[in-house]
Design a binder for this molecule. Structure first.
Ligand SMILES: [Mg+2]
Ligand SMILES: [Zn+2]
Length: 184
């Protein structure tokens, strides 16, 4: 049986967006995120981070460094009683300076490669999945597979014209909307 899952963008959605973050010490979880993810864990929905990390292709950080950042992220979330089921990232960029990462990758959002990988691993029905993100590109990513998008925005103006199913002020608000939409 296929199931539902929740995709989360990373920068600006669960941690503070520092633009090409390369220092594990710079990981700052946004307020309410631990509770929101912990709640999703408690109702049994897989929580999957999907993040574009073109900083790797651009030479700003290595995959080893990114792994340290994600270890730190998991540690900080664990202290708040929250767990990520998986983190997928795309290190590529068509104009990357490192040849091995210079690629127009089918995983880079808004392409849906990362969602499809997760769907296989977690037996997800993507049309019934949700994505929370702070950019329209996140909305486009989930719409390409038929799911619903929740855009984080602290300005109501920003939501106008967005194709998101819901505009949330933070992750807790987004998760509240998802639970109402799921009618559970
Ligand atoms: Mg973001
Ligand atoms: Zn990629």
């Amino acid at each position: 049986m296929l199931r539902r899952g929740i995709f989360l963008d990373r920068d600006g959605t669960i941690i503070k967006d520092k633009v090409y973050l390369s220092d594990p010490g710079g990981v700052e979880i946004l307020s309410g995120v631990g509770d929101a993810i912990g709640f999703l864990n408690s109702i049994g929905l897989p929580v999957i981070v999907v993040t574009n990390q073109s900083g790797i292709a651009r030479g700003y950080l290595s995959e080893e460094r990114l792994a340290m950042i994600h270890e730190r992220l998991r540690y900080l979330l664990k202290r708040q009683g929250a767990r990520l089921d998986a983190i997928y990232y795309c290190p590529h960029h068509p104009e990357g300076i490192l040849p091995e990462y210079r690629l127009d990758c089918p995983c880079r959002k808004p392409a849906s490669g990362m969602l499809k990988k997760a769907a296989e691993r977690f037996s997800l029905k993507l049309e019934e999945c949700y994505m929370v993100g702070d950019k329209d590109i996140d909305m486009e990513t989930i719409h390409r597979v038929g799911g619903k998008g929740i855009l984080l925005s602290d300005s109501t103006d920003l939501g106008v014209g967005s194709r998101a199913e819901y505009i949330a002020k933070d992750l807790e608000d987004a998760v509240g909307w998802i639970v109402r939409d799921l009618q559970i």
